[in-house]
Design a binder for this molecule. Structure first.
Ligand code: DQA
Length: 147
């Protein structure tokens, strides 16, 4: 079984990018933690990052259909990425939207998510651990042995 993790634009800069907002944990650290947790549960975690919406659409088309679940931090595409939303809307597996920062405490443009209406749930403001919490939910919900 596979869980797909998608990181949108600028998340490759984590660690250096506005650390007061996004923390100092790098994307490589986050992906390593997710892979390790997945491996412990016998699940294959596939992590993808791109700064290009079309590349994320391609990755979802390639890997999304077989996934048990999707964890996505769409970055700024959260707020306007309609082709990303449409690509995700085709899938039947649950989608969890993750944000490192609490988007509702920030600028008004971050309060709207075009992804949220098709997501099973959203984790916002809990930093890098939000991804691991999302993975924990998918493991508990989607792997009968952990039920
Ligand atoms: C973000 C919040 C978005 O508004 C922003 O554009 C990002 C990161 C977060 O993880 O807090 O790139 O998704």
């Amino acid at each position: 079984p596979t869980i797909l993790v998608i990181h949108g634009p600028n998340l490759n800069m984590l660690g250096r990018r506005e650390p007061q907002i996004y923390g100092t944990t790098t994307l490589a650290d986050i992906d390593a933690a997710l892979l390790a947790r997945g491996a412990a549960a016998g699940v294959n975690v596939v992590c993808i990052q791109s700064n290009h919406e079309g590349e994320l659409v391609d990755a979802i088309q390639a890997h999304g259909w077989d996934a048990l679940g999707i964890i996505i931090n769409p970055g700024a595409l959260t707020h306007y990425g309609l082709s990303l939303r449409d690509a995700l809307a085709m899938l039947s597996a649950p989608i969890i939207e993750v944000h490192l920062s609490n988007v509702y405490q920030r600028e008004a443009f971050r309060h709207t998510s075009v992804i949220a209406p098709i997501a099973r749930g959203q984790i916002t403001g809990l930093g890098w651990r939000g991804y691991l919490l999302a993975l924990e939910w998918l493991l508990a919900e989607r792997l009968p042995a952990n039920g």
